[in-house]
Write a protein that binds this ligand. Structure first.
Ligand SMILES: *Cc1c(COP(=O)(O)O)cnc(C)c1O
Length: 949
């Protein structure tokens, strides 16, 4: 056995387990199982054309060599991205800690109180700094957050505006270029008309429903927007502001002016630049718009015992319920990064942030004065961290780059310089030296920082922030380390047990894949540096694109979208651009099977398409007759079909090639949702089944950790016809030859975490990838068989096999008063996170073990479910039983009184394995309805909340 092989570490079942597992399933070989699983005619004939697998050591050497090709200059480009110091205590205990990064989205609130609290801290920080009432946790980047703000303002137009079809949205020319590009992409399909200009010359016409301002402006200039906001409001125009989070420490909160939405990024709160991401964006608004907020909102509620508990609030707004009428298509957000940014605020507290903001600002004042002394004209009257000087760009650039310094050059005679938390006095003097050289003068060394220019003026902040206890308690490393640990212990992550989330593919996130994220040569690269300074990144990204292109059987890949849902949107926009290029601008019908994930219809609507739902057959497959009928009916306007393969029902439909053919014959393109790619890699591919574009969830199939609900990467891979339309970026050249405008702020989206998928593919190689898929199918079918006596699998393929996941029908247990959530909560007592609940069929669970789980873990899980079935059979009291009272907390178990019709041992240690590794839920069952009725989304003192009842 080659113990250097990464496949041996990634794949759970040991070679010696395989025959036993096959025997349980009732097949002779893995090949036989795959034959029985995959329909005829879609199997790949050849191995993937990818380099042979690297061992973990070889990969780490390889990636270290590539890292050396990135040149880490001192970068003062700004434009929404700034170097910052990641506090080592946060780097080690959150970013590098599988307890945090392998967690799932906190749907099972009872075993997610840790990250829910961390996210509540994040929301509180945003509410305090923006001066608004409500914040979410979190969005993908500042630019898409600004697009969501525009979307919200469009949706909440008053009756008169809707009647008069008011569709104009004003964007200040001081908004960041990448944000303007994303807004251009997003406005068009919704019928929003953008007008870009100088806000000081705006005419406050009633033709506008909203406006977006940048604070401070992209130039670095700070405007007092009070007058603008007042006049706009008088004209019925609603305002969104994109704000720099650190400057808000010094500046008047936009919420105080009465603006409607404030967005921005929290990257500079301790998150590495990572060549563009991932970083958490924020979105704050007024209480009255709470039902229109995109993304996740964490809210406070109580548990069965009346104890304070948190969970995701107002979920009925979201795409998984509202589908084509959802407030947004956001599913995966940036949870891990939001946790880190929130912890940065916890660590520094209000005084620490004030110190940092002052240091950055006063350094900038010192720089401005020194450059003026050298004879350079500085353009910004008021500024926080960014100045602009008139100078010969060519000269400055040459000398600066020779000194390994990057500035931003908006035109041939202007140099923009943004300072940040990491800028030292030495750095300051090095910048000054560049300009002294250009001017041919001697420079004075700066030895002390100058006075702030932001005190006692109209824009200065005079309201307190982060007054809450949590921001004033954990300022020593010991205290913060323990606080982080305290929260971590409340959360069940992959380092405790299997998280078998159907459709979400929670597989191993290997340490070797994660290690390089901490290298400064990957972390400290600004997304807008000249390409020749990012050669390491360019190589990795290009190779990853090629790997994904090969895996999908397509022609090209764009890594720009920051989540699966963004990928869907990007892919549909590429389809739309293709139709437009053929003069078929009217093609706008998108067929979507009823079983599709909620993001599909939500994305189609964002792309300006009309959703037509097609039926499923009794067996859970696409009803091909219905599909054909609808494709024919809409043939003149058919734009696309969105199809998940294998289906969300966990089945490889044998008719898939007929389905794609029908769509093509009627002029449409086929969008394949790639969330289930884990069942395909190396065995078949979207190109083979006849699709034209798919997104891949790199945070599912390709090993990027779920992070508790993000980050994600949702690249799109496209067939030849769609290559010209891949998305661009306004600052760095990327994308197709007739590209759609930007989908995300950064040219290659969340580049830093692309390293993980690159590692995954490089270390598995063509054989390992295929083997991983086969073992994913093996594990799923093993579970299916082991649960067979007690649970009915809803759908199977033609030869009786599941693909990589299966749906268990739990509706029969209603007879005993048991709902699917009762089983989900009871699994917690057994130490397991529930599988996916009620998607895609209500009253069911969808189980996806992935290839990474060992036979021993699968057995524990099956033992748990089978044991729960026996508990259900034994139920006598439908209200008071092991399932209805689950999960059982330690507090409950150790009460002096015990009035339940079962023993304490049955409650907490129902099977022998549980006592070896008990996971205690920190709260009892959480009351969702109560929390939605009494929405509360900041961490104000508990008493205040309970008093307000
Ligand atoms: C996860 C998933 C998505 C959405 O991906 P995000 O990255 O969460 O936006 C879309 N479709 C299916 C079937 C999924 O499982």
């Amino acid at each position: 056995m080659n113990t250097d092989s990464f496949a041996l570490r990634h794949i759970g079942p040991r070679p010696e387990n395989i025959s036993e597992m096959l025997q349980v399933i009732g097949v002779d070989s893995l090949d036989q199982l795959i034959y029985e699983t995959l329909p005829d005619g879609i199997k790949l004939e050849k191995e993937l054309d990818l380099p042979e697998a690297l061992s973990e050591q070889e990969y780490l050497e390889h990636i270290t060599k590539l890292a050396a090709k990135n040149k880490v200059f001192k970068t003062y480009i700004g434009l929404g991205y700034h170097n910052s110091n990641t506090p080592p205590v946060i780097q080690r205990n959150v970013l590098e800690n599988p307890g945090w990064y392998t967690a799932y989205t906190p749907y099972q609130a009872e075993i997610a109180q840790g990250r829910l609290e961390a996210l509540l801290n994040f929301q509180t920080m945003i509410v305090d700094l923006t001066g608004l009432e409500l914040a979410n946790a979190s969005l993908l980047d500042e630019s898409t957050a600004a697009a969501e703000a525009m979307n919200l303002l469009f949706a909440v137009r008053d009756r008169k505006q809707k009647k008069n079809k008011v569709v104009k949205f004003f964007i200040s020319e001081e908004v960041l270029p990448q944000t303007i590009a994303v807004l251009e992409t997003r406005a068009n399909p919704l019928g929003i008309e953008l007008v870009i200009g100088d806000h000081q010359e705006f005419d406050y016409s009633e033709d506008f429903f909203g406006a977006l301002l940048q604070y401070p402006g992209a130039s670095g200039k700070i405007y007092d927007y009070a007058g603008f906001v007042q006049k706009a409001k008088d004209a019925g125009i609603k305002i969104a502001v994109a704000a720099d989070i650190l400057s808000l420490v010094k500046l008047r909160a936009p919420g105080e002016l009465g603006v409607d939405v404030v967005v921005g990024t929290t990257q500079r709160f301790g998150i590495p630049l990572g060549y563009g991401g991932p970083h958490a964006a924020f979105f704050a608004t007024k209480e009255e718009y709470k039902r229109n907020v995109p993304g996740r909102i964490i809210g406070v509620t109580k548990d069965r015992d009346g104890n304070l508990a948190m969970r995701m609030a107002l979920q009925t707004r979201e795409q998984h319920i509202k589908r084509d009428r959802a407030t947004s298509n956001i599913c995966t957000a940036q949870v891990l990064l939001a946790v880190m940014a929130g912890m940065y605020a916890v660590y520094h507290g209000p005084k620490g942030l004030e110190y940092i903001a002052n240091k950055v600002h006063k350094s900038t004042v010192a720089l401005a004065n020194s450059l003026e002394e050298l004879g350079f004209y500085q353009l910004n009257e008021t500024y926080f961290d960014t100045i602009r000087v008139k100078a010969d760009v060519e000269k400055v650039k040459q000398i600066a780059e020779a000194s390994e310094i990057n500035f931003y050059y908006p035109d041939a005679n202007t140099v923009a310089i943004s300072l940040n938390e990491t800028t030292s006095l030495t750095d300051l003097n090095n910048i000054i030296a560049v300009f002294a050289h250009v001017a041919g003068k001697e420079s004075h060394k700066v030895t002390t920082l100058e006075k702030s220019i932001l005190e006692n003026i109209s824009v200065s902040r005079d309201t307190p922030f982060l007054t809450n206890d949590v921001f004033n308690r954990y300022h020593s490393e010991t205290e913060l380390m323990r606080y982080i640990k305290k929260l971590e212990r409340k959360d069940l992550s992959l380092n405790h047990s299997m998280i078998s989330l159907g459709s979400c593919t929670m597989k191993l996130n290997a340490a070797a894949e994660m290690l390089p994220l901490s290298y400064p040569q990957w972390g400290n690269i600004h997304p807008f540096v000249p390409i020749n300074q990012a050669q390491g990144y360019q190589e990795v990204l290009k190779r990853l694109e090629d790997q994904l292109t090969e895996i999908t059987g397509f022609a090209a890949t764009s890594l720009q979208p920051n989540s699966g849902a963004q990928g869907e949107y990007a892919g549909l926009m590429a389809i739309k651009a293709y139709h437009d290029s053929k003069g078929d601008t009217h093609r706008n019908i998108c067929l979507i099977p009823s079983s599709a994930h909620g993001t599909n219809p939500a994305s189609a609507v964002m792309a300006g398409m009309k959703v037509v739902v097609t039926k499923s057959t009794e067996k859970g497959n696409i009803d091909v007759d219905d599909l054909r009928e609808k494709a024919l009916k809409h043939k003149d306007n058919l734009a696309a079909l969105m199809v998940t393969y294998p289906s969300t029902h966990g089945v490889f439909e044998s008719e898939i090639k007929d389905i794609t053919k029908i769509i093509h014959e009627n002029g449409g393109k086929v969008y394949m949702d790639g969330a289930n790619m884990n069942a395909q890699v190396g065995l078949t591919n979207p190109g083979k089944i006849g699709a034209d574009v798919c997104h891949l969830n790199l945070h599912k199939t390709f090993a990027i950790p779920h992070g508790g609900g993000g980050p994600g990467v949702g690249p799109i891979c496209v067939a030849k016809d769609l290559v010209p339309f891949l998305p661009s970026n306004p600052i760095i050249e990327t994308g197709g030859t007739s590209p759609i405008s930007a989908i995300s702020a950064a040219p290659w989206g969340s580049s830093l975490v692309c390293l993980i998928s690159y590692a995954y593919i490089s270390m598995l190689g063509p054989k390992g990838l295929k083997s991983a898929t086969e073992h994913a199918i093996l594990n799923a079918n093993y579970i299916k068989q082991r649960l067979n006596n007690h649970f009915k699998t809803l759908y199977s393929g033609e030869r009786g096999r599941a693909a990589h996941e299966m749906i268990l029908d739990l509706r029969p247990f209603k007879e005993k008063g048991i709902e699917v959530v009762d089983i989900a909560k009871r699994l917690i007592d057994y130490g397991f996170h529930s599988p996916t609940v009620s998607f895609p069929v209500a009253g069911t669970m969808m189980i996806e073990p992935t290839e990474s789980e060992s036979k021993a873990e699968l057995d524990r899980f099956c033992d748990a479910l089978n044991s729960i079935k026996e508990e259900i059979d034994a139920i006598e009291d439908q209200e008071n039983n092991l399932l209805k009272n689950a999960p059982h907390t330690m507090e409950m178990l150790t009460m002096d009184e015990w009035n339940f019709p079962y023993t304490r041992k049955q409650a907490a240690f129902p099977l022998p394995y549980v006592s070896e590794n008990k996971f205690w839920p920190s709260v009892k069952r959480v009351d969702d309805a109560y929390g939605d009725r009494n929405l509360m989304c900041t961490c104000d003192p508990i008493e205040e909340y309970m008093d307000s009842e």
